[in-house]
Write a protein that binds this ligand. Structure first.
Ligand code: AMP
Ligand code: MG
Length: 264
């Protein structure tokens, strides 16, 4: 259950097992994941030197689904100079004074860079929907607006990789408990996470609609089983390597004839 991870609508989230790991061996996969992370580091140099494409890796998921650690692990071998990260929190008053995609578009990295979105424009059809922050007509219209926006990005050499970290309610309880008990993790705990948890089922419906409405040929969603951190990291790394390799990049040709140049 749970394969394939690429969403070709219509899916039912209940059919995906958050604990799925394809019967793989944890230690073996850790090693393979480490190799994939190294490969991402190499491919990033090619991306940077060509500066023709930008890549954005986007994470959505419930609290404690692993958005932050996915970012940290994915980029362990990447030169930070070529990375642009964005954490989308509640919009500031400046952000609220603009259309909902303004802050998102501003955070899209320059060509040659890798961007990471911890949350994204999808909050506009998730928390905004569940907490009834705007009327239904408004959030409902956003699916099409998001699809149009992502198509523009795709047509302009911005590769957007969207990952939904699919966590079980039991595993979230474990992780939130851990945040409460471990002094090094206390800072990550917010009482509001429990309010969000109380709306678990409504969030699952909102996630399912998001996945079905916005997994387009221009930009697919991936549902990743997120209960096992090592398997989650493996799948993210594998997909990012694939996407970078699909660009078939080579080292840029010199702009002038280097054979005549002598360094004295
Ligand atoms: P965290 O990711 O734990 O730092 O929390 C960020 C909070 O900001 C989450 O509760 C999100 O739901 C919230 N948030 C992000 N984007 C929006 C948005 N567009 N409207 C309302 N709340 C948002
Ligand atoms: Mg949080």
């Amino acid at each position: 259950m749970g394969q394939p991870f690429v969403v070709t609508p219509k899916i039912k989230l209940k059919q995906f097992d958050p604990n799925f790991s394809n019967g793989l061996d944890k230690d073996e996969i850790r090693e393979e994941t480490a190799q994939l992370h190294k490969r991402i580091g190499e491919l990033q140099y090619l991306l940077y030197s060509n500066a023709r494409h930008a890549v954005v890796v986007l994470f959505q998921g419930m609290d404690a689904a692993g958005k932050d650690s996915s970012v940290r692990n994915l980029l362990v071998h990447v030169n930070p100079a070529g990375v642009e990260t964005a954490n989308f929190k509640e919009p500031s008053s400046e952000e609220r004074a603009h259309d909902f995609l303004w802050r998102i578009h501003k955070a899209v990295p320059r060509y040659g860079n890798i961007g990471v979105f911890n949350r994204s424009h999808y909050e506009e059809v998730l928390v905004v929907r569940v907490n009834k922050l705007v009327p239904k007509e408004i959030w409902q219209a956003r699916y099409a607006q998001i699809n149009a926006f992502e198509k523009i990005l795709a047509q302009n050499n911005v590769i957007l990789l969207k990952f939904f970290l699919h966590l079980s309610k039991e595993e979230q309880a474990e992780r939130l408990r851990d945040r409460l008990q471990d002094p090094r993790k206390n800072w990550e705990f917010r009482a509001s996470d429990l309010d969000t948890r109380a709306h678990w089922d409504e969030y699952q419906v909102a996630f399912e609609d998001m996945l079905n409405e916005c997994s387009t040929p221009a930009c697919r969603w991936h549902v990743l089983p997120a209960d096992r951190k090592w398997y989650r990291d493996y799948l993210v790394a594998k997909r990012v390597v694939e996407a970078l390799e699909d660009l078939k990049m080579s080292w840029p040709k010199p702009k002038e004839d280097l054979s005549k140049i002598k360094i004295v």
